[in-house]
Write a protein that binds this ligand. Sequence first.
Ligand SMILES: Nc1ncnc2c1ncn2[C@@H]1O[C@H](COP(=O)(O)OP(=O)(O)O)[C@@H](O)[C@H]1O
Ligand SMILES: [Mg+2]
Length: 328
Amino acid sequence: MINLQIGDQFDHFQIRSHMAQGGMSDIYRAYDLLSGREVVLKIPDKMMMGDPAQYERFQREMEVMNTLHHPAIQKGIGSGQFNRTPYLVTELVEGKSLRALIDEKAPMQEAEAISIARKIAEAMAYCHANEVVHRDLKPENILITNEGQPVILDFGLALTKGARRVTYANLSSTAGTPDYMAPEQIEGHRGDERTDLYAIGTILYEMLSHKTPFDGDNNLAVMAQHLQGAIPRLDKIQPSVSPQLAAVVTKCLQRNPDDRYPTLTAFIDAVDHLNTADLSILETGTGAATVVPFWRTQTAMVLAASVVIMLAIIVFAFAAQSLRGIPR
Ligand SMILES: Nc1ncnc2c1ncn2[C@@H]1O[C@H](COP(=O)(O)OP(=O)(O)O)[C@@H](O)[C@H]1O
Ligand SMILES: [Mg+2]
């Protein structure tokens, strides 16, 4: 297994199309022969096949979806196993991923980006009130319906109160892009609601500028930037963004979770009252390690001084030598 073709039957589902390839699974649109409705089937991809943890992961994802009932959170239908292949069934959402929307529309107008981020934050505030932390928010895991309603997917890495311990560290090797990962996750901590806030801040930054704040040639370089890089000023990168909104985004991206908004409700309140934003964070509170150019570091000074001294010695020795060589 598994190479499902259109028209194939998988358990009591008939495959209609391959919709997407997720971080760890293939997503099919399928017709449920029992209920007579179209659903989404999530089946582990080849890489994850045979991983005994996968069945448990889908069950957990199903359990999480079962505890949440919100228009912006994907609804689970069931999970099962067929021919020893675990699978997850969820409702079909007509729309496109936020990734597709960003690629099509970013840089977006402030009002549109705020409206989307606000709805994501409301859904996540609801999750947090139910003690679920998503921990893998990114544009690929958010769908936007044809009516413009975000729907949050993929609770595969979610942290729940009663859940068996699934730490992010166990799963991060398969977790894909570090672009939206908060510093505390990179450091191997479990994360909390402020971890989701960091991701939402990153998504808002990306909707407004079509760039994520931290960049690098490879995943390690990006992670290092999250931990040490200066938070770029969004209003400088994208001049159409107001300093007030840039300040709110900067607060979400603070390295230390204590320096961010404490809750998503506080974040929503901040975007609703942009005129009260504290702009001083743009100057001081970026959490940036000040980057000193190499030629101004102590190492460079010592190196330069040694070179000068050595040169002086060489010149002196050379001069002494040639003086001796001069016939009297
Ligand atoms: N219910 C759905 N309706 C429409 N598209 C979906 C649905 N669920 C998932 N997708 C698409 O499949 C992709 C992967 O799904 P996801 O649950 O994130 O899997 P993974 O855990 O492998 O990352 C998503 O990015 C999205 O584009
Ligand atoms: Mg995903």
